[in-house]
Design a protein around this ligand. Sequence first.
Ligand code: NZQ
Ligand code: ZN
Length: 387
Amino acid sequence: MQNFIYYTPTKLIFGENAISHLVESLKPYGKRVLLTYGGGSIKKIGLYDKVLELLSDFEVYELSGIEPNPKYDPSVLDGVAICKEHKIDVVLAVGGGSVLDCSKAICAGALYDGDPWDLITYKVKAKTALPLVDILTLAATGSEYDSGGVISRTETNDKIGYMDELLFPRVSILDPKYTYSVSKRQTAAGTADAINHVIEQYFAKDTSILTDGMCEATIKSLMKNVVIALEDPTNYKARAELMVDCSLACNGILSIGNSGSGWPCHGIEHALSGYYNITHGEGLAIITPHWMKHILNDNTLERFVSYGVNIFGIDKNLDKYEIANKAIKATSDFFKSINIPMTLREVGIDDSRLQEMAHHIAINEGLENAYAPLNEKDILEILKASL
Ligand code: NZQ
Ligand code: ZN
């Protein structure tokens, strides 16, 4: 087991009517609130009105229109400007991972004098940040329980993961009922994202019985509950289990004490979304089986055997490579079964920029240090196989 420092200061308030804790969650930070949200789903489900009603004693400013794969310009820059102009005390993000991620960058940029991009690219380390409280409406990224955000910059095709302990939400309010309205497509994509978060941690050199067991249980829970939620979108138990699975899938607890894996599928997917603005979970689902096929060899075989036997129940007496190949096929078949498009062409990506993306990934994502190291040629092969 590796040395570790584990730190997750976020208070999770979970369950039906968790929003009754909103006022007490914001009050310690001050009266001036920046309410951030996306394209309007929170209005359709009545959450926007409910939030404003609860915040009647606060001074509320708004930043709306935060898009999936949130953009530095205009969303982060606009949010920072509002915070500075109105001396905002606390940011309240209401939405999915994109709204939360954008809000984290705003929290950091609001108390920084220079260009917030300096912080996102780690040119400068933030000294302080505004506090963030959130109400999550989509189970997927785990942004509600981690210190990271992913910000896109359209003009350079950059999609950059940015982490800082200052950016853990102070409070995350999780009511599974707010996810009832999430479309089938986003429910499937969000679950695929979380499944991949676990896979990225499971495929590592140094793991433990504890972390393997937690990862395997989380993947099984995600696979079972997403099927129920797709058939019955207002099934509370399934939505609740998905929400907790997703929150735990990305905050490090599932790989506590393990060696790092380099998160290769995420490194590759960031370029797909950065260049083509595709849905993150769909990009991951497409890449994952091809990445698996590419890295299967004598060094990684045992991990595939554990994955196949313990998650998909494949007969442990079969030849190890047969188990591994069946496990890869089962992964792909599962994503297909929940109607995720499983080729790059289906999400609008052709072969014209694969080489450029492979180069971008190779120089920016550090995948030569991944669990199974990937150079530019490897990345290009995975992208081509995913077409
Ligand atoms: O914009 P609105 O109208 O709110 O609609 C959103 C959006 O169109 C909709 N939606 C959200 N809640 C809904 C709802 N529709 C109906 N009912 C609801 N209750 O869903 C669409 C997608 O929302 P988005 O926030 O983009 O989805 P997700 O939560 O999957 O976030 C994706 C972003 O998070 C990043 C991804 O790269 C991507 O940019 N990630 C963040 C991570 C983190 N912070 O740790 C880790 C992840 O690996 C990931 O990279
Ligand atoms: Zn992800």
